[in-house]
Design a protein around this ligand. Structure first.
Ligand code: NAD
Ligand code: ZN
Length: 379
C-alpha cells in the first residue's frame, strides 16, 4: 500500500480539555511499530466510557487526547512481528486485549489479559511509551489503546479482532464494547437454559444487550427492572415480558420479584452500576440454583452487603468483565451470530451522524437520548 511506512495526515476529533466540545484537527499518524497495526476506522460509536473520560471528573485528566473505542475498520498496514493480520483485513478494535501468552490468556476461564488489560490512565503505546499521534510535532494522547475518533489509528495487534469481511461494519462495530459486554454476561456467565426466567436490572445499552442474550437463550419470562419508566417501551423490542419499577413499590424490589415468580428468578443480570440494585439482583434469584451476574461498575465507596445465608441456600453470585469474551478468540464468533441472524443488532442503533457532527453524539448521550449513535468516518 502506498501509505505503508509513511506518516498519514488525516482528520481526528481531539479532546483538548475536559468537558469542552471535541475539535476537528488534522493529525499526523505515525506508522505502526513492532506488534502494532495501523487501522482505517470506518465507523465508530459513542459509549458512556468515552463521555466519562472526556468529562474527567474524579480521575487523572489525560489531555489532549483522542477518545473512542467502539468501532470497526480495515487494516492499512502492519508493524514488525505482526503475522495474523494483513492490509485489507476487517477488524474490531477492543479496549482490552488478548496477548495469547499470559496466564490469563492461557486459562480458558479468564479474559483479563495481563499485558493488554484495559488501562485508562495510559495515553501512549505499550511498546515504546510514545504516542503515534502528533499535531505539528506535539504529541496527542491515546485512549484505552484504541483512539477510534480518528480516520486512522494505531493499535496493538492483541487488541484487534479479525472478523468476517462480509459483516457490515456500520452494525458490527457495536460489538467492540457495550453490546458484547451485556450479551456475554448472559450467554457466557448467567447461561440461562431454555424456558428459564431472567431479570435484567438497568435497561441502558448494556442491560438491553443482556436482555437480547436472554431472548436468544429462550427465556420464558424476561423481567426488566429500571427506575426510569420510559425504558419499558423500548425494552419490549428486546424480549421484555414484564417491567418492574422499584419506585412503584413500597417493599424492596427483590421481594416483589420473588413474589411474582413464585420463589425467585432463575437468573439475574445487573447492568446499573448501583450497589443497591446489585444486592437486589442477587437476592431475587431462586434458592437452590439461582445465579446473579454483576456487570455495572459501582462507585469507589460502594459496599455489597447480604446475609451469608443467601449463599448457603445455594445462590451463586458472579461478576464479569467484557462479558467474559476473549477479544481475538471470541469476537469473530459473535459477529457470526449476527450474520446467522441469531443476534439482532440493528435495534440498538437509534442515531447516526457524519464524523463532522461527532459532538451531536455527545449531546445525545448527555441527554440520555437513544441507545447508540454510529459515527460515519467517511463523511
Ligand atoms: P446506562 O446509564 O445507559 O443504563 C443504566 C440504567 O440503569 C439506566 O436506565 C438507569 O435508569 C438504570 N438504573 C440505575 N440505577 C438503578 C437502580 N437502582 N435500579 C434499577 N435501575 C437502575 O448505562 P450502560 O451504558 O447501559 O452501562 C451499564 C453499566 O455497565 C454501567 O455501570 C457501566 O459502567 C457498566 N459496564 C460494565 C462493563 C464490564 O465489563 N463489566 C463494560 C461496560 C459497561
Ligand atoms: Zn494475555
Amino acid at each position: 500500500m502506498a501509505t505503508a511506512g509513511k506518516v498519514i495526515k488525516c482528520k481526528a476529533a481531539v479532546a483538548w480539555e475536559a468537558g469542552k466540545p471535541l475539535s476537528m484537527e488534522e493529525v499526523e499518524v505515525a506508522p505502526p511499530q513492532a506488534m502494532e497495526v495501523r487501522v482505517k476506522i470506518l465507523y465508530t460509536a459513542l459509549c458512556h466510557t468515552d463521555v466519562y473520560f472526556w468529562e474527567a471528573k474524579g480521575q487523572t485528566p489525560v489531555f489532549p487526547r483522542i477518545l473512542g473505542h467502539e468501532a470497526g475498520g480495515i487494516v492499512e498496514s502492519v508493524g514488525e512481528g505482526v503475522t495474523e493480520l494483513v492490509p485489507g483485513d476487517h477488524v474490531l478494535p477492543v479496549f482490552t486485549g488478548e496477548c495469547k501468552e499470559c496466564a490469563h490468556c492461557m486459562s480458558e476461564e479468564s479474559n483479563l489479559c495481563d499485558l493488554l488489560r484495559i488501562n485508562v490512565d495510559r495515553g501512549v503505546m505499550i511498546g515504546d511509551g510514545q504516542s503515534r499521534f502528533t499535531i505539528d510535532g506535539k504529541p496527542i494522547f491515546h485512549f484505552v489503546g484504541t483512539s477510534t475518533f480518528s480516520e486512522y489509528t494505531v493499535i496493538h495487534v492483541g487488541c484487534l479482532a479479525k472478523i468476517d469481511p462480509e459483516a457490515p461494519l456500520d452494525k458490527v462495530c457495536l460489538l467492540s464494547c457495550g453490546i458484547s459486554t451485556g450479551l456475554g454476561a448472559t450467554l457466557n456467565v448467567a447461561k440461562p437454559k431454555k424456558g428459564m426466567t431472567v431479570a435484567i436490572f438497568g435497561l441502558g445499552a448494556v442491560g438491553l444487550a443482556a436482555m437480547e442474550g436472554a431472548r436468544m437463550s429462550g427465556g420464558s419470562r424476561i423481567i426488566g427492572v429500571d427506575l426510569n419508566p420510559a425504558k419499558h417501551e423500548q425494552a419490549k423490542k428486546f424480549g421484555c415480558t414484564d417491567f418492574v419499577n422499584p419506585k412503584d413499590h413500597t417493599k424492596p424490589v427483590q421481594e416483589v420479584i420473588v413474589e411474582m415468580t413464585d420463589g425467585g428468578v432463575d437468573r439475574a443480570v445487573e447492568c446499573t452500576g448501583n450497589a443497591d440494585a446489585m444486592i437486589s439482583a442477587f437476592e431475587c434469584v431462586h434458592d437452590g440454583w439461582g445465579v446473579a451476574v454483576l456487570v455495572g461498575v459501582a462507585h469507589k465507596e460502594a459496599v455489597f452487603k447480604t446475609h451469608p445465608m443467601n449463599f448457603l441456600n445455594e445462590r451463586t453470585l458472579r461478576g464479569t468483565f467484557f462479558g467474559n469474551y476473549k477479544p481475538r478468540t471470541d469476537l469473530p464468533g459473535v459477529v457470526d451470530m449476527y450474520m446467522r441472524k441469531e443476534l439482532e443488532l440493528d435495534k440498538f442503533i437509534t442515531h447516526s451522524v457524519p464524523f463532522s457532527q461527532i459532538n451531536t453524539a455527545f449531546d445525545l448521550m448527555l441527554k440520555g437520548e437513544g441507545l447508540r449513535c454510529v459515527i460515519r468516518m467517511d463523511e
